[in-house]
Design a protein around this ligand. Structure first.
Ligand SMILES: [Fe+2]
Length: 228
């Protein structure tokens, strides 16, 4: 996580390359004032039994309705966290390699986003946390409200999409930082590592999927220009 990412945007984004596929880290300091409230919110959901184990995915997760104001009226989820995620995604995408000619006015268009909360406790389950992707999203993010005090636990692990070879590791992992968002390509197989000794301080992450599409100028209005 040491390469600065420039592009259309002002977010302080650093990049680490694994396999080598980029994973990005973005501080979101404007969310810090809400951390205590969010921890209390999720503690309350757990206490009321509204986050049942494996009900909405592995472990304790909300549905993917965190950005739905009818389900979560707290404005900071949408107005601060989602806004920061979209802003960072655009900054990242604007620097991506495309095969389009620059004179075609290529741009990225955000179609929709989903968000959900994931709480990790020190409970052990009969099965391990499964590897998964977030396809068909384009970029996925995890914002960390609280993390494990051990850098050996609760890390975001990635699996090499290329067959094992002598030049690259099979797995890589990033130790999350509270108040920071990790963003990665949604096709990348990943999972959080377990937190068996985390104690009372739970690992709490807000996860997000960003769906983006590539747009070339006003292509939709002028199909005939590209038909031949
Ligand atoms: Fe995931």
């Amino acid at each position: 996580m040491n390469k600065p990412v420039t592009g259309v945007g002002v977010r302080e984004i650093t990049q680490g390359d694994f396999f080598p596929i980029p994973v990005f880290q973005v501080p979101v300091p404007e969310m810090a004032p809400f951390h205590k409230e969010i921890i209390a919110l999720f503690d309350d959901l757990l206490a009321k039994g509204e986050l049942g184990p494996h009900t909405n995915g592995y472990g304790y997760q909300t549905k993917t309705n965190l950005f739905d104001p009818n389900s979560f009226p707290q404005p900071y989820f949408r107005e601060i966290l989602l806004a920061a995620f979209r802003q960072a995604c655009l900054q990242i995408l604007s620097g991506t390699v495309t095969d389009f000619s620059p004179d075609l006015n290529h741009s990225w268009f955000n179609t929709f986003n989903t968000g959900w909360g994931v709480v990790q406790t020190n409970e052990t389950w009969p099965t391990e946390i499964p590897w998964h992707t977030h396809l068909p999203a384009v970029l996925s993010g995890c914002y960390y409200i609280s993390t494990s005090p051990s850098s050996e636990e609760g890390n975001l692990q990635f699996s090499n999409p290329i067959m094992p070879n002598m030049f690259q590791p099979k797995f890589a992992e990033v130790a999350p930082t509270e108040g920071h968002m990790l963003i990665f390509p949604s096709f990348l197989n990943h999972r959080p590592s377990a937190t068996p000794s985390i104690g009372k301080q739970r690992r709490l992450a807000i996860c997000m999927d960003g769906h983006w599409t590539s747009r070339i100028g006003d292509f939709a209005d002028k199909p005939a220009e590209f038909a031949g």
